[in-house]
Design a protein around this ligand. Sequence first.
Ligand code: HPA
Ligand code: ZN
Length: 326
Amino acid sequence: TIDHAFLQSLPKVELHLHIEGTLEPELMFELAQRNNVALPFDSVDQLRAAYQFNDLQSFLDLYYQGASVLLTEQDFYDLTWAYLERCQQDNVQHVEIFFDPQTHTDRGIAFATVINGIKRALHDAQQQWQISYGIILCFLRHLSEEQALATLAQAEPFKQHIIGIGLDSSEVGHPPQKFARAFAAAKQQGYRLVAHAGEEGPAEYIWEALQQLSVERIDHGVRCVDDEELVALLVNEQIPLTVCPTSNVRLKVFEQMSEHNLKQLLERGLKVTINSDDPAYFGGYMMENYRQVEAALGLSTAQWLQLSRNAIEASFASPERKAELL
Ligand code: HPA
Ligand code: ZN
C-alpha cells in the first residue's frame, strides 16, 4: 500500500496552476484592506462558504471577483510567494505557472506590475529552495482574438520571462479555433503553446487545440475518452494531459473522486500528470491532490512513479534540469 511518506518523497512538477487561483481567502481579505477594495463578503468564513460551485462558470465568477484585490507589484509578489511556500512543503521542485494578464490590464493594472511581482517571487524561491520555473501567459477565451493579439503585443518587452502561451476561462462556446491566428503569431515569436481543452468542452476541442493551435500539451483533456481515434493519437504522440483531480470534482466534471478517469487514462498509456489548478478555491495543493487520488483510486507504486516522471518529461524545463529532477 501507498503511504504518505512515499507520496511526499516523489519529486513533483506542477504544470497546471493559475496563480490567481492560489489567492487564499485570508490573503484576499488582507489585500482588500491594504488596498481599500470593498469585498461583497463580511468574513473569511463567509467567503469560503461561497466556494460551492456547480460548474466552471460559477467558479470563474468568484475567481475574477477575487482578483480585484490585486493592485500592486507587492500584491502579486505576496500571492506568488505564498504559493511557492506550499510548493516547498509538498516537494514541488519545478513549476510552470499560468497568469491571466487581461484580468488585470482590463482594470487598469500595468502588465509590468503583474509580471514583475510574479517573477520576483519565483526568482527568490529559486534562490532559496532551488525551485525552477516557467511563466505561461493565458489568453482569456471569453474575450476576442483581437484582445488576445493586443495582449501578445503587450507581452513583447517581457518575452524573455515568458516561456509559453495558454488559453483558459469559459470553454464551451469558445472553441480553440477562435484563437488560431493569435496562437500562430505566438508560435512565430517562439513561445511554447498549451491550451485548456476537454474540461467541460467536447473532445472536438482537443482536436482543434492540437490541429489548429499546434499546442504541445492539453490542459485537462479528460473528455478525450469520448473519442477513440483521439485517444490513439494522444497515446501514440505521448501528448501530455495536465489533469486536475480536485478541480474536476469541485467543478462537477466528475461527481466524486472515485468516478475520476485518471487511473483509466494512465492504464491506457496516456501521458497523464497531476496538478492543482486553483488550489485556494478547490481545497487542495499538490499533495492534497495526490492524497485524494490515492484514497479514491488506489494507484500502484509504479503508477505513482510514472505520474512523477510524466510531469518532469512533459515540462518545458531544460534537458539538464529534467535530468536533475528525474
Ligand atoms: N478552466 C478554465 N479556466 C480557468 C480554470 C480552469 O480550470 N482555472 C482558472 N481559469
Ligand atoms: Zn486550469
